[in-house]
Design a protein. Structure first.
Length: 99
């Protein structure tokens, strides 16, 4: 199920920034998997490429570094429970569905 963001995008919101970082690391992991699996497949079909191990290892370290950065920058409980400002509360009220 995709991540949904209800209401207007607010780059100052810590939860919005956290979800943005999660989406970025997910895209990075997908590109890593696609490119590396393709390169290893081509290497298996053709002659060996001696630097492919280095490329894969360095890229994996960068990906893991980004993942650790996302986990460390996770919003604290206080930031997740912070009340909305007056302007954010008024826009949140107008976006709620009526029953």
């Amino acid at each position: 199920m995709p991540i949904r963001w209800y209401g207007p995008a607010n780059p100052n919101d810590p939860i919005y920034r956290h979800f943005n970082r999660i989406v970025n690391v997910t895209l990075h992991a997908g590109v890593f998997a696609a490119v590396n699996s393709g390169l290893w497949f081509v290497q298996g079909m053709r002659h060996p490429w001696t630097h492919l191990n280095w490329l894969t290892e360095v890229w994996l370290v960068l990906l893991l570094g980004q993942l650790i950065s996302v986990v460390v920058q996770r919003p604290s409980a206080e930031e997740r429970q912070a009340p909305l400002s007056a302007s954010e509360a008024s826009t949140a009220d107008t976006n709620e569905p009526t029953s």
